[in-house]
Design a binder for this molecule. Structure first.
Ligand code: CUA
Length: 347
């Protein structure tokens, strides 16, 4: 059919198709250009993540070359062998078997796979090797939906924010308290699962100071997407100061904070949380001894501001639906105010 004075329908359809493909490609390329996205893997900040990236790059280029060759042959064939004349009923010559071609298309992929295997084993030998003997040990226990963090050689327990010194290897021992979780700090290392009943390990040496976003990467229930954490890579001095501070019990409280402290141990809070130096020794929820010094609360999803702390104590379920902090009796506005003052004073 011909629409006089207009472009044929197939031409419009082809144009629309090309525009759509262009838009998708542009969107993907825009993603690649964003260096400072917090969860990118393309700009590694540790030795072992660099090793993974050094594998990722040649494999990607290998795939690009193969893609171009295969698609090029396909496009060439489409145009070279298309039917030119609708009235021509003849079919092209039919070929049955071509030994040389079959050897080529069996050997070529085999060679590619062997190259990938060699490169992969080389990288695995690096990242799966034993950590250096002076590596810092950190034990992480996954909970629905937060992270318990131990420094076994330094007698420190904290939650959801892991401090590590720059240029020193850190060796993580990963465990789970309930279901399978996955420990992932995209800029520092690949993923590793936390399995109930066994210990997995992973190590790397961070190469740049900063605050890095971590994320549970294995679906683990309602609040999986909000099971976040942060890794602070800092100078050795800053790290040692932090450790020193974390070892101390909670500071003495005065005023509203002292009233909040009394409320904390008389209400349900005490059954789940530990605040060292007080009667609160619960282990179901995060250790809160120095919670005011963390950058984020609620499993890494809320900035640690007075407003957020207040809202979290007042109604955590609306902020992180499904979380296990369920209070048997509702708190009064005054209780929430005093408890907030206490939490903010736990420096
Ligand atoms: Cu823990 Cu997903």
């Amino acid at each position: 059919m011909r629409l006089t004075g207009h472009a044929p329908a197939w031409r419009l359809a082809r144009m629309a198709g090309l525009v759509a493909i262009g838009a998708v490609v542009a969107a993907f390329l825009a993603g690649c250009g964003a260096v400072d996205t917090p969860q990118t893997m393309l700009f590694p900040r540790s030795d072992n993540n660099q090793a993974i990236n050094d594998l990722y790059a040649p494999l990607t280029w290998l795939a690009v070359v193969i893609f171009i060759i295969v698609q090029g042959l396909l496009v060439y064939s489409i145009f070279r062998f298309r039917v030119r004349d609708d009235d021509d009923d003849s079919i092209p010559p039919q070929i049955h078997g071509n030994t040389r071609l079959e050897i080529v298309w069996t050997l070529a992929p085999s060679i590619v796979v062997v190259i990938m295997l060699i490169l992969t084993y080389q990288t695995m030998a690096v990242i799966e090797a034993d950590p250096p003997p002076d590596a810092l040990r950190v034990r992480v226990v996954g909970h629905q939906w937060w992270w318990e963090v131990h420094y076994p050689d330094h007698d420190v327990v904290t939650a959801n924010e892991i401090h590590i010194p720059i240029d020193r290897a850190v060796y993580f021992e990963l465990e789970s308290n309930d279901v399978i979780h996955s420990f992932w700090v995209p800029r520092l290392m690949g993923k590793r699962d936390l399995m109930p009943g066994s210990t997995n390990t992973i190590w790397f040496t961070p190469s740049e100071e900063g605050l890095y976003l971590g994320q549970c990467a294995e679906y683990c229930g309602t609040a999986h997407a909000q099971m976040r954490f942060h890794v602070v890579v800092e100078s050795e001095t800053a790290f040692n100061n932090w450790l020193e501070r974390q070892r101390e019990p909670a500071v003495e409280m005065t005023g509203d904070a002292a009233e909040g402290a009394a409320l904390f141990v008389s209400r349900a809070c005490v059954t789940c949380h530990t605040i060292r130096g007080t009667d609160a020794i619960g282990t179901i929820g995060p250790d809160l001894t120095h919670v005011a010094r963390r950058s984020y609360i609620a499993g890494g999803i809320l900035e640690n501001t007075p407003g957020n702390v207040r809202n979290w104590i007042g109604d955590s379920q609306s902020l992180k639906p499904g979380n296990l902090m369920v209070l048997p009796v509702e708190l009064s506005e005054e209780d929430i105010r005093l408890l907030t003052a206490y939490i903010l004073a736990l420096k």
